[in-house]
Design a protein around this ligand. Structure first.
Ligand code: GDP
Ligand code: CA
Length: 319
């Protein structure tokens, strides 16, 4: 059985995983999820990326939005607002609240996040093994200048409240340096036949996972093909504001620059969209095998085809 490890953020990662499951139904898939987006709200621990993967693969996602539950209502949020309790800018629906309550209750009882995630997945049956990158608290902060003052704000405040409307001056995964990979993470990498980077945000999703000491090294040393798919198509993110956080780490918003940012020490293969076929030569010059294929996850078939292309490239570079 083929063992595939995927480092995933939220929407981009989750949608790709749906295609991967369709492309490789027999494969044993382990997802290492980003927890740098996690935030404490109303006394609850919210893990947006883990939940997006879990709900998407488990059939509970709001498809149009790409995050949150389907068939959602917002009564609890309205009641909180009536008490003047915010933040009002973070959308938490009633159904979603239950997930965060269960998670917070289990964490308070002493279970590590990895065990809690496993318990939540018992209900959702995502068809993959979903492991948070770490059981330790990591929180991505973004340095910005607001009202002439430089300050660091939580990633969610930058992304959701400010809609990335100001420049990101720096992106810091606070706590990552002290964090340990969650149980199962390094083992999954060591036993993998292939490691995939889905079209997730290279800075605040995949980059944060790689910032946990040991994970980048384990992947680089695993001796198995590492293949990524570009989240940047035609020099812009397909969705979201990845260009803002790429600029913060000094990387231009292009498919080739993201491949170079990961580097040939980590990446063996890189897929760019057909509109970026001009980038293939530059990526190959950086020592990374590259190919242009359609990379728009418009539906399940198109996404499965992307996953097949990534697995085919893995075989090509296995050499
Ligand atoms: P987030 O945590 O919800 O922001 O999700 P991820 O980090 O997993 O993925 C975000 C990235 O997915 C963004 O940079 C988008 O450009 C990328 N993305 C979204 N949809 C598509 C798509 O259809 N094709 C490609 N190539 N990238 C996509
Ligand atoms: Ca995210």
């Amino acid at each position: 059985m083929q063992r595939i490890v995927v480092l995933a953020g939220g929407i981009g990662g989750a949608r790709f995983l749906r295609g991967l499951k369709a492309a490789a139904p027999e494969a044993d898939i382990t997802v290492i999820g980003n927890t740098g987006d996690d935030i404490h709200l109303f006394g609850l621990k919210v893990c947006p990326d883990l939940d997006t993967v879990m709900y998407t693969l488990g059939g509970g996602i709001n498809e149009e939005q790409g995050w949150g539950r389907t068939d959602e209502t917002f009564k609890v949020k309205e009641e909180l607002a009536a008490y003047g309790v915010g933040p009002e800018w973070f959308g938490l629906g009633d159904r979603d609240f239950a997930t965060h309550i269960v998670r917070s209750q289990m964490l308070a009882a002493g279970y590590p996040l990895s065990a809690v995630t496993e318990a939540l997945c018992d209900r959702w049956q995502p068809g993959v093994r979903l492991i948070p990158m770490s059981d330790d608290r990591v929180e991505t902060h973004v340095a910005v200048e607001l009202d002439g003052e430089r300050k660091a704000i939580h990633f969610q405040e930058y992304w959701v409240r400010l809609r990335a409307s100001v420049d990101a001056l720096a992106v810091v995964p606070v706590g990552a340096e002290q964090a340990k990979p969650a149980p199962g993470v390094l083992e999954a990498v060591a036993e993998a036949d292939v490691v995939l980077f889905p079209p997730s945000n290279p800075v605040v999703s995949v980059g944060t996972i790689l910032a946990v000491p040991g994970i980048r090294e384990a992947i680089a040393d695993a001796g198995v093909p590492v293949v990524g798919l570009s989240p940047i198509v035609g020099d812009a993110p397909v969705r979201g504001m990845a260009d803002k956080v790429l600029a913060a780490v000094g990387v231009e918003s292009s498919a080739a620059a993201v491949a170079e940012h990961y580097g040939s020490g980590l990446l063996d293969g890189w897929l760019v969209d057909t509109v970026d076929k001009g980038a293939v030569e530059r990526v190959e010059a950086a020592g990374i095998r590259c190919k242009a294929v359609p990379l728009m996850m418009t539906d399940l078939d198109a996404t499965a085809e992307m996953a097949r292309a990534a697995l085919a490239m893995a075989e090509e570079v296995r050499g």
